[in-house]
Design a protein around this ligand. Structure first.
Ligand code: DOR
Ligand code: ZN
Length: 348
């Protein structure tokens, strides 16, 4: 009799997710709802979600597109997109809504659909003050946009130029340093107050920057922040598997159509929702830390956000399956992470 490895954990949440909009919603929500009870919905739509009213409309579209078996149980946690013009009064409205759980700071021009983001964070200080008062977390895309800064250094320079100052000036503000990619970010989060946490993606723990150029240019490994060198990948695995409560799961699964990825100017973003928890199981097992997966995936996030932990459970089995080459995405297709390759763990 074979002894299949199994692991039952409280159903996780995804604290950083892109599901896009309208015709794109059903396929990606099917993958997410199988694995996660809740997900923080990124607001970087083509027309960004800048207000509570827009977040409510987006939430309604998401709920409408949910698979029927998860319509009553999956909770989309909405976010607002911070701009230079965000009004401090919007924060109270967002908090009172009960469905807006964070505000996202995209430095203008840093990544996909960020052109309407923040070009002057000082102009937002009254908003940050209101957020600290309301206990509304600030989610940070931590990269500088100065084109003279090397793309592999943009996170480190952001820490030095912006993040340390924000944390110091707003000690009561909850800050999530999103999709961290460097040992510098790990160190900052470890040494900061309990108000500072971080999400870590699976792809930044599975690949280093060589994967961008293995045998030729690999557009499906292009994301932002860009993959980093090996020592940083190792620092992320150590942080995620350390048991430190400040680090939690955020896939940053970010679907783009195949044609916009395989392009002379390809979009940034990697789709990982089809293995949203399975890829992490693979990483934690390899690190000898499977016993810490549940806290990372299911406890640390809600504890940081001040939300209840989930009650449902899921069981993971170490049973390899083959990942599809592509899947239908709206009226186009999307190439998922590790397309055609193996998913080592699966959901029972
Ligand atoms: O790779 C990324 N894709 N990084 C981001 O910050 C945005 C995301 C997207 O929306 O496609
Ligand atoms: Zn993202």
């Amino acid at each position: 009799m074979t002894n299949t490895k199994k692991l039952t954990i409280i159903k996780p949440d995804d604290w950083h997710l892109h599901v896009r909009d309208n015709k794109f919603l059903p396929s990606v929500l099917a993958d997410t709802t199988k694995r996660f009870s809740r997900a923080i919905m990124m607001p970087n739509l083509v027309d960004p979600v800048t207000t509570t009213d827009l977040a409510e409309e987006y939430r309604d579209r998401i709920i409408k597109a949910l698979p029927s078996e998860y319509k009553l149980t999956f909770d989309p946690l909405m976010t607002l997109y911070l701009t230079n013009k965000t009004n401090a009064s919007e924060i109270k409205k967002a908090r009172d809504s009960g469905f807006v759980h964070a505000v996202k700071w995209y430095p203008a021009g840093a990544t996909t659909n960020s052109s309407k983001g923040v070009s002057d964070i000082v102009a937002c200080y009254d908003v940050l003050e209101a957020m600290a008062e309301e206990g509304m977390p600030l989610l940070v895309h931590g990269e500088v946009t100065d084109p003279s800064v090397d793309i592999f250094d943009r996170e480190k320079v952001f820490i030095d130029q912006f993040l340390e100052g924000i944390i110091k000036n707003f000690p009561d503000l909850k800050v999530v340093f999103e999709h961290i990619t460097t040992e510098d970010a790990v160190k900052l989060v470890e040494t900061a107050s309990p108000n500072v946490g971080a999400t870590i993606t699976a792809h930044h723990m599975l690949l280093n920057r060589n994967a961008l150029f293995k045998g030729g240019i690999r557009p499906h490994h292009y994301c932002l922040p860009i993959l980093k060198r090996e020592k940083h990948r190792e620092a992320l695995i150590n942080a995620a598997t350390s048991g430190n409560k400040k680090f939690f799961l955020g896939t940053d699964s970010a679907p783009h159509t195949k044609s916009t990825k395989e392009n002379a100017c390809g979009c940034a973003g990697i789709y990982t929702a089809h293995g949203g928890i399975e890829f992490y199981a693979e990483i934690f097992e390899k690190a000898g830390a499977l016993h810490r997966l549940e806290a990372f995936a299911s406890f640390n996030g809600p504890d940081f956000y001040g939300l209840p932990r989930n009650r449902d459970k899921i069981t993971l089995v170490k049973k390899p399956t083959t990942i599809v080459e592509e899947f239908t995405f709206g009226d186009e297709v999307c190439v998922p992470f590790r397309a055609g390759g193996e998913l080592i763990w699966s959901i029972d």
